[in-house]
Design a protein. Sequence first.
Length: 89
Amino acid sequence: MSIIIFLIVGIIAGFIARAVVPGRQNMGIVATLILGVVGSFVGGLILSFLPGGQPFPSFNPAGLIGSIIGAIVVLLIYIAVRRRSGRTV
């Protein structure tokens, strides 16, 4: 997969994750991109554990959904860690 496509999917997954998770997230465009890219890796890892899953499948709708789910998981963990450290989100 091209790096440009990977970054585009990452930014889309990051924006959707931020829209789905309630509350205010003080993140810029770069942090949202990083969230989406890390979420893509987490989503790919989650999908690889499903029956018939591949470790790094090619670009497809299931991969995009997995990226969004992974980005939501990463964002929820990020919020929990920031809240626990005493910072407001």
